[in-house]
Design a protein around this ligand. Structure first.
Ligand code: DQA
Length: 146
């Protein structure tokens, strides 16, 4: 059974309340339930924090997981610290954004954390998380074969 850590960063605890045009109506706990229902074979650990320092600590202590899916929220655009923590995590890792960053404000095109993940999905709302887990499982399996 693969174990995957799903990290959601700053303001993502406000899903369902904040900017529904970009993020949809779904709440974070409903996204987590969606993942558990869709991938019963995965052992999930879900973590949300508005604190950069807590997210860095979580990544530093993630060595026992097979992979990470992270939506850092606005920390994507600002956090060298989360970027550096991701750099040290040597297993498959993907970044998700609910909204399509390429169609939004210019400052959202600066993506500091993304370069230290294996790839990112942006604009598919909650489907992006499903796509990320699907892809991560493929990557974990390939890694174990090679
Ligand atoms: C977001 C995109 C970020 O630019 C924004 O600050 C968020 C959410 C997304 O999921 O689309 O908080 O990460």
């Amino acid at each position: 059974m693969s174990s995957i850590l799903v990290i959601n960063g700053v303001n993502l605890n406000q899903l369902g309340i904040r900017d529904q045009a970009h993020y949809g109506q779904i709440k974070l706990e409903d996204i987590n339930s969606l993942l558990k229902n869709e991938f019963p074979e995965v052992s999930f650990s879900f973590f949300q924090s508005n604190s950069e320092f807590e997210i860095v600590n979580k990544i530093q202590n993630a060595a026992n997981f097979d992979g990470i899916v992270i939506n850092p929220g606005a920390f994507t655009h600002t956090s060298v610290a989360i970027r550096d923590a991701l750099e040290s995590f040597k297993k498959p890792k993907l970044e998700v954004h609910l909204s399509n960053l390429s169609s939004r404000e210019n400052f959202r095109n600066t993506m500091i954390t993304t370069s230290k993940t294996d790839g990112y999905i942006s604009g598919l709302k909650e489907i992006g998380y499903l796509a990320a887990i699907y892809s991560l499982l493929k990557m974990i399996t390939q890694k174990n074969i090679n």
